[in-house]
Design a protein around this ligand. Structure first.
Ligand code: AMP
Length: 119
């Protein structure tokens, strides 16, 4: 599993293309999805070069994993959807429908999100 340094989120991390940033810390960058599916749709990405959840879980440090996990919840609170609820989506690989090969979590809320999986 090799990391493609030219993927679009790598370019955002390097500042080569802009994003609508909502949060940043030492380990994490978060920005609004360009094609939001609900009123709140934030993408949270680690600053390290990890392809997918499998790569992140296997190779990120404990500090990166803890920081990332806490940042996801903090962003949801910051966006005011912690009480109403939200869905976290991590698409991984082909069957998961992952389009961008840099690990990311979708935070989706602000309105009911609907069925977990469409049939
Ligand atoms: P996934 O299918 O999980 O890889 O999701 C990729 C997500 O990235 C999609 O929801 C896209 O709308 C979003 N996306 C693609 N390019 C950009 C961009 N330049 N800025 C923000 N979101 C993007």
């Amino acid at each position: 599993m090799s990391y493609d340094r030219e993927n679009i989120f790598a370019k955002i991390l390097r500042g080569e293309i802009p994003c609508d940033k909502v949060y940043e810390d030492a380990h994490v960058l978060a920005f609004n999805d360009i094609n939001p599916r609900r009123p709140v749709h934030v993408l949270v990405i680690p600053k390290g070069n990890y392809v997918c959840h499998d790569d992140f879980a296997a190779h990120a440090s404990d500090a990166e994993i803890a920081g990332f996990t806490r940042a996801v919840a903090a962003i949801a609170r910051q966006r005011g959807i912690d009480e109403s609820g939200y869905r976290l989506i991590v698409n991984t690989g082909d069957h998961g429908g992952q389009e961008v090969p840099h690990y990311h979590v979708h935070i989706i809320g602000g309105a009911p999100v609907g069925a977990m999986v469409s049939d």
